[in-house]
Design a protein around this ligand. Structure first.
Ligand code: OAD
Length: 222
């Protein structure tokens, strides 16, 4: 089977009711990154950080995967599909995708300070008092300024792609956006987004929202 690799971003979950980050009215219009998504924010005001992720987790519990997530599962009948996602939601897994790699962590998990221990907590709220083996328990999220530990694996997956698909990401955040540089020369790159996305790569642009775009992708590929 040919290998189809997807790089997904917040836009794929927009139709599930979760805001993107950089669209107008998006999460980074409502919060400052430096208040909720950096190690310094965690040191300064852990309650604010915990509250931000508690809200995200609670919202996730009440939303569900959309047709785009589900369409990518359908492609598994014809392709070996690997999803590399920047999203911290669990929609790809809940839709039934077999291979999902999270670059920026997962909302339903927490960890200790050096991320050596990761625990699944489902959708429950956490508090800043909780500990893992005596060290503060924190969201299992890659904050700005932290290493993206899954990057090496993501590069390996990208390098073996026969078809590469980018869905719903502004390609603003590195190193994730740099994955496109590892796509093989002869590998077609499809990009699904209702808005223009700036990239120096030559892409086959499907100028649609994620659900419609994935359905068009399926028509093109099958
Ligand atoms: P952005 O908010 O930067 O970009 C969202 C993209 O989704 C934009 O290109 C939109 O045009 C597109 N979009 C909007 N509605 C869509 C729809 N219905 N269907 C398809 N696409 C749609 O989100 P990301 O690129 O994912 O990291 O952001 C990358 C990282 O920045 C996130 O993982 C997060 C954030 O800060 C951390 O918090 C560490």
């Amino acid at each position: 089977m040919k290998k189809l690799v997807v790089l997904s971003g917040a836009g794929i979950s927009a139709e599930s009711g979760i805001s993107t980050f950089r669209d107008s009215g998006g999460l980074w219009d409502q919060y400052r990154i430096e208040d909720v998504a950096t190690p310094e924010a965690w040191q300064r005001n852990p309650e604010l950080v915990i509250d931000f992720y508690n809200q995200r987790r609670a919202q996730l519990e009440h939303c569900k995967p959309n047709k785009a997530h589900i369409g990518l599962v359908a492609l598994e009948k014809f392709y070996e599909v690997h999803i590399v996602t920047q999203n911290v939601d669990n929609f790809h897994e809940r839709a039934g995708s077999s291979n999902v790699l999270h670059l920026h962590g997962e909302l339903t998990k927490v960890c200790n300070s050096d991320k050596s221990q990761v625990i699944d907590i489902g959708y429950r709220n956490t508090t800043s008092e909780e500990k893992i083996n005596g060290t503060p328990m924190r969201p299992f999220i890659v904050w700005f300024g932290e290493a993206v530990l899954a990057m090496d694996k993501a590069i390996q997956i990208t390098q073996m792609a026969d078809i590469f698909v980018v869905i719903g990401t502004s390609l603003n955040v590195y190193p994730a956006a740099g994955l496109l540089d590892y796509v093989k020369k002869d590998c077609p790159i499809y990009l699904i987004d209702p808005n223009e996305v700036i990239t120096k790569k030559e892409v086959l642009f499907i100028n649609k929202g994620a659900s419609e775009g994935v359905s068009e992708l399926i028509n093109l590929l099958l």
